[in-house]
Design a protein around this ligand. Structure first.
Ligand SMILES: Cc1ncc(COP(=O)(O)O)c(C=O)c1O
Ligand SMILES: Nc1c(O)cccc1C(=O)C[C@H](N)C(=O)O
Length: 410
């Protein structure tokens, strides 16, 4: 069985044999032909087989048969019911605080705009964010600042890490209104300290908006326990909703009356079917919904939440970190001599579910890996990201990818 890297395939086989989540892999659609190694579940998760069945049922049943009646029968409640389930299983959120809809970019805008408006009224015009944050977050913040007159305060973290409490503290003050942080940094995989950063911002009278795109469904988040204010995240990564799957938002109950979101649509109105003059927000978290929710695009999310509910988030996290440890170990042992570096935290408590490797020829390396059906992703300037989705990624797949990296660099 041995390949180019002595003992690595054997180690992977032993780890797969002992993996309590190994059976989950068969729950996913197998490609035709099957992909050799898919390590980009942190960008686009694989589809669950259950989702094809759910979509079929939806098209024939709720849509094809019940037609418009399905809005009354189930779809009006779907963004909130699915939000509650997602909240309980993956986000540590009590019911009534999570909703599903829009894209992450749009939800970031809606919640950031609401938080900044609130902060400005309290004489706190500063919006703190970091230069390593995902581009859409930085661009949305620039737009919100231009619209509201808020002042952007930029943190420049170590790119191999991310937002750190002590560094952030230096930028918090009596003018700080809102802090925008990604829980797991999309490039380095740095995992920010959600509870401590939330508490530090609160001490300074600021609200925090967390981006959970790279942690939802794979790492513990515990929003209520950390007394988080606001969060958004996407469903097409570890939550397998598929391309264009909707985002989710979290607004703590205590803030729901106080904040006003800027995209005042009929679906967030207190009485959408009265269709009367003037906007009156619904009670509770429904007021953060704007237009018609994307019912079909929620199918994959519903299936993944059910699967995570069955296996427990803790098991998913344990495997994510074990897959990461396996990558780090093999790279240190076999690939460091070929110029490959580990640019993610080595401490699993500080790392997300992807491991970032660096190499001066990362772009070409990635291109050639895709040619041999090994699929990680490339990020500028010299980064190869290995996304480890515990429900669908096997250790054998990781070993294959690392063997191919060694072969191509040799
Ligand atoms: C951290 C982070 N935030 C936001 C986004 C943007 O989400 P969307 O394209 O779904 O609006 C992404 C991924 O695309 C992301 O990784
Ligand atoms: N959202 C994406 C898309 O629509 C096309 C290609 C990639 C993506 C991504 O998810 C990028 C991703 N958020 C990242 O972490 O780089």
């Amino acid at each position: 069985m041995s390949g180019r890297l002595p003992g690595v395939a054997e180690r992977a086989a032993a780890l797969d044999a002992a993996d309590p989540l190994a059976w989950c892999r068969a729950e996913f659609v197998e490609g035709e032909p099957p992909v050799r190694a898919y390590l980009d579940g942190n960008s686009l998760g694989r589809p669950l087989r259950a989702t094809a069945a759910r979509l079929q049922e939806l098209v024939v049943g709720a849509w094809g048969t019940r037609l418009i009646r399905s809005w009354d029968e189930q779809w009006m409640q779907l963004p909130l019911e699915l939000g509650d389930h997602l909240g309980r299983v993956c986000l540590g959120a009590a019911p009534g605080q999570v909703f599903v809809g829009d894209s992450t970019t749009v939800l970031l805008y809606k919640l950031l705009r609401a938080a900044v408006a609130d902060a400005m009224e309290r004489g706190r015009p500063q919006l703190v964010l970091d230069t390593e944050n995902f581009p859409t977050n930085r661009y949305v913040a620039e737009g919100v600042a231009a619209e509201t007159g808020a002042e952007l305060v930029w943190l420049s973290p170590d790119p191999a890490r991310g937002v750190e409490l002590e560094h952030l503290r230096e930028h918090l003050g009596e003018r700080t209104g809102v802090v925008l942080v990604s829980h797991v940094a999309y490039k380095s995989s740095w995992r920010a300290d959600l509870a401590e950063i939330t508490a530090a911002a609160r001490e300074h009278g600021a609200l925090v908006l967390w981006d959970l795109c790279h942690s939802a469904g794979v790492l513990p988040v515990d929003l209520d326990a950390a007394d988080v204010d606001l969060a958004v995240g996407c469903s097409y990564k570890f939550l397998n909703a598929g391309p264009g799957g909707p985002a989710f938002g979290y607004v703590a109950t205590r803030l729901q009356q106080r904040l006003s979101q800027p995209v005042q649509g009929w679906m967030g109105h207190a009485e959408p079917f009265v269709m009367g003059p003037g906007y009156r927000p619904a009670e509770g978290v429904r007021r953060f919904i704007s237009g018609t929710p994307p019912v079909l695009a929620m199918a994959g999310l519903a299936d993944t939440v059910e699967l995570v509910d069955r296996v427990g988030l803790e098991a998913v996290t344990t495997k994510a970190l074990a897959l990461g440890a396996f990558v780090v170990e093999v790279v240190d042992e076999h690939l460091a001599g070929l110029g490959v570096g580990v640019a993610s935290p080595r401490d699993p408590g500080r790392r997300g579910a992807h491991v970032t490797l660096t190499h001066p020829d990362a772009r070409e390396l990635c291109r050639r890996l895709w040619e041999v059906d090994v699929v990680p992703d490339f990020r500028e300037p010299d980064v190869v990201r290995l996304g480890l989705a515990p429900l669908s990624t096997s250790y054998a797949e990781v070993a294959t990818a690392l063997e191919e990296i060694a072969r191509l660099l040799d």
